[in-house]
Design a protein around this ligand. Structure first.
Ligand code: FAD
Ligand code: SF4
Length: 549
């Protein structure tokens, strides 16, 4: 379907948590908005496998046509080899001496990667916004927690977040709209073990319905959020911001519309955005005019689109990339826990969320109980048992449902070897250079991985789970569930790409509103709620500016 108009007030490229809130806010105030989305619309009932017999082997149904390559591989530091990814059935998963690049897990479709996400809905802790001032590390954000607080609350209402009354270092002006989820049996055992060590395991704030909300039923605790939720219980963008944006009557969405270039014109010696060129499903290229453009393609595709459009800011576009600094361990408990039931990460330890250089690494982190991949019999059989036949049957009989795990995410420090650039050789189906990701870990990441490894294993042991069957970490595999930073937000155009209202420093009718703008990654919090809050705030400031003329 071609767009209905020749020109829009604003074109938003990308319909994930960065793009959709901005589109909704503008459309709700009468502006005409066109969203260009490279992927399709997913149908929760037909596309997701959780209500099908072969759900376990199917995974999330990726339908992307976006490709990327990877740059140099880091040589692994053997001093940290206890961090390697391993399982009982296969042994070491990376037997080389180099860090392996696993794919960039972006979903291309209306709602973006939230279709695949686990629903964690975290605010960043207060200190994460002020790393330079408080700890002399990294940079400060150009805004503080207080500025973002009303937008956090608004997003929580829209997507339906279930959470506890209080979280340390995350003050709130309103209670969460939904009551917290109860902890699974496995998490309760971990909670008891934590209490003995004076650690407080809190319910995790999640955009997963604990009550009837948004015309959707409460969650059925199938634990399969990453497969895509067929019941619309998870607050992914396709069932939250997109419907309200379309209800305004002012927001149009073009699917399979792959933006190839942000077009610009020179007026009175100044470069200005004039619209966007895109390829439709048949491969035909079109140009649509607009007064304003917002790029929200995620922290890898946003710099790629800008660089392919010859748009840069002091060569900073693509720099300061941050990936996910992740550690997970799974062990068997003597009791049958049925840990595959529940929500993916029902609880969280905020104990180390505040940055603290005295720990030996400056950034914050969080830890959570998890069932990891121990979801169904196929995963158990493939990961946890050596051998076949009777041995396998015996093992499954004895241990199925006994897995329990801990997983953590810690702050990532940008470094000069970690960036997104255009691949000099590889092009996509339309002849456009693809994004190339290169990511290296520094000492802060390795030290925090070591801390998460040690602490997670201690907690599991104290909970009664001694027999470790699996570890997974970013020591030997690149992970890209949470990626940030390639169009850093800041006050100084010499060191940042967009200002605090997410406008491009050198081009005021161009915005970037996705994860690319994060100056720092936070203390292991999941990012989507912050992306949505930033996007809403940028739209508000923009509308105020328009009102002022
Ligand atoms: C398995 C998994 C679990 C996760 N769990 C959580 C969680 O529990 N909580 C949380 O907060 N976060 C979670 N995340 C991370 C979260 O999903 C992302 O941080 C978030 O979706 C990023 O938002 P974004 O708007 O920057 O980009 P995206 O959500 O990736 O959206 C970008 C959109 O832009 C489109 N696009 C890209 N290029 C073009 C182009 N050229 N033209 C048109 N469209 C284009 C893409 O198709 C995509 O739809 C998880 C991620 C994964 C993979
Ligand atoms: S756990 Fe709940 S939110 Fe997640 S997929 Fe299952 S029903 Fe949906």
């Amino acid at each position: 379907m071609p767009p209905k108009k020749e020109k829009y007030d604003c074109i938003v490229v990308g319909s994930g948590p960065g793009g959709a809130p901005f589109a909704w806010k503008l459309a709700s105030q009468g502006m005409s908005v066109l969203i260009l989305e490279a992927g399709p619309r997913y149908n929760p009932l037909k596309d997701y496998a959780l209500n099908q017999q072969d759900w376990e082997t199917k995974g999330f149904p990726y339908k992307t046509r976006i490709k990327n390559t990877f740059g140099k591989q880091q040589i692994l530091n053997p001093q940290y080899s206890q961090l390697k990814s391993w399982n009982k059935a296969k042994g070491d998963l990376n037997r080389t001496k180099r860090r392996h690049y696993h794919k960039y897990q972006q979903v291309s479709g209306v709602g973006g990667t939230t279709l695949h996400y686990q629903g964690e809905a975290h605010r960043l802790n207060e200190s994460a916004f002020r790393m330079k001032t408080l700890y002399g590390e990294l940079v400060d954000w150009p805004i503080d927690y207080e500025t973002l607080e009303p937008y956090y609350s608004q997003v929580e209402e829209i997507i339906g977040v279930a959470g506890p009354d209080k979280i340390p270092n995350h003050p709130r002006s309103k209670p969460y709209p939904l009551k917290p989820h109860k902890l699974s049996y496995a998490s309760q055992l971990i909670q008891q073990a934590c209490e003995k060590q004076n650690l407080k395991l809190d319910p995790n704030p999640v955009a997963i319905l604990s009550e009837l909300y948004r015309d959707a039923p409460p969650c059925n605790y199938c634990n399969g959020c990453v497969w895509g939720c067929p019941r619309k219980d998870k607050g992914s963008v396709d069932v939250t911001f997109i419907p309200i944006a379309e209800d305004t009557g002012n927001c149009e969405i073009l699917t399979y519309a792959y933006a190839s270039r942000i077009e610009t014109v020179n007026t009175q010696g100044k470069k200005k955005v004039s619209g966007v060129s895109y390829y439709d499903r048949s491969g035909k290229e079109h140009f649509i005019k607009s007064d304003y453009v917002t790029v929200a393609c995620g922290a890898v595709e946003t710099p790629r689109l800008l660089l392919n459009s010859d748009i840069n800011q002091n060569d900073l576009v693509g720099q300061n990339f941050m990936e996910t600094n992740f550690y997970e361990v799974i062990a068997f408990h003597p009791d049958r826990l049925d840990s595959y039931r529940g929500i993916p990460m029902d609880s969280i330890l905020w104990e180390w969320n505040n940055p603290n250089p005295e720990r030996g690494f400056p950034g914050g982190l969080r830890l959570s109980p998890t069932a990891g991949s121990a979801m169904g019999p196929i995963n158990y059989a493939m990961r946890y048992f050596e051998g076949w036949g009777d041995d396998l049957v015996k093992g499954m009989d004895e241990w199925f449902g006994h897995a329990m795990g801990m997983a953590g995410i810690a702050e990532f420090f940008p470094n000069k070897d970690t960036f997104v650039t255009l691949d000099p050789k590889v092009k996509d189906d339309y002849g456009l250079p693809v994004a190339q990701i290169q990511s290296f870990l520094g000492e802060p990441e390795l030290k925090s991985l070591e801390f998460m490894e040690k602490t997670s294993k201690e907690i599991l042991k104290a909970s009664g789970a001694n027999d470790i069957v699996e570890t997974a970490s970013t020591y030997d595999f690149f992970a890209a569930t949470h990626v940030f930073g390639t169009c850093r937000m800041g006050n100084d155009p010499e060191t940042s790409v967009v200002d605090s209202s997410l406008r491009f420093h050198s081009m005021p009718n161009l915005f970037v509103t996705d994860a690319s703008v994060f100056p720092t990654s936070g203390g292991g919090e999941s990012p989507s709620l912050t992306i949505e809050a930033l996007s809403l705030r940028a739209a508000d400031l923009f509308l105020n500016d328009l009102k002022k003329g």
